[in-house]
Ligand binder design. Structure first.
Ligand code: AMP
Length: 110
């Protein structure tokens, strides 16, 4: 997707503060952190959001879930909140699926 911000991050066309990369995923610091630590984990494949998932994405999504605790451990997070917003009414602003990983002392109650 040539006009997708996160696809441009994956392609290296826009710089990111990268913390993790493998064949399938990219992890980086959110540019406007909402917690002491605010990371984003995205699939390199352009998937819009959970509503866009296809059956063939099942293995990729399983790998993504397994990558979250791996990344949290790498970053020494003792506990964290994981959020993915789906659709405009779900608060999604960037339409390339991403999982927010939030940690630190100032997480508000939920
Ligand atoms: P969402 O509202 O769930 O779509 O979240 C999009 C997130 O992407 C927001 O928390 C933004 O701060 C973050 N963001 C937008 N542009 C960038 C960027 N270039 N690098 C890192 N994070 C970004």
């Amino acid at each position: 997707m040539s006009d997708c911000l996160f696809c441009k991050l994956v392609a290296g066309e826009i710089p990111s503060n990268k913390v993790y990369e493998d064949d399938d995923f990219l992890g980086f610091h959110d540019i406007a952190p909402k917690a002491d630590t605010h990371l984003l984990l995205i699939p390199k494949k352009h998937i819009v959001n959970l509503d866009d998932l296809q059956p063939e994405d099942a293995v990729l999504m399983g790998k993504l879930l397994l990558t979250i605790p791996k990344l949290a451990k790498q970053e020494n997070l003792e506990g964290y909140r994981t959020i993915t917003n789906t659709g405009e009414k779900g608060g999604q602003e960037v339409f390339h699926m991403h999982f927010h990983i939030l940690a630190g002392s100032n997480l508000p109650g939920f």
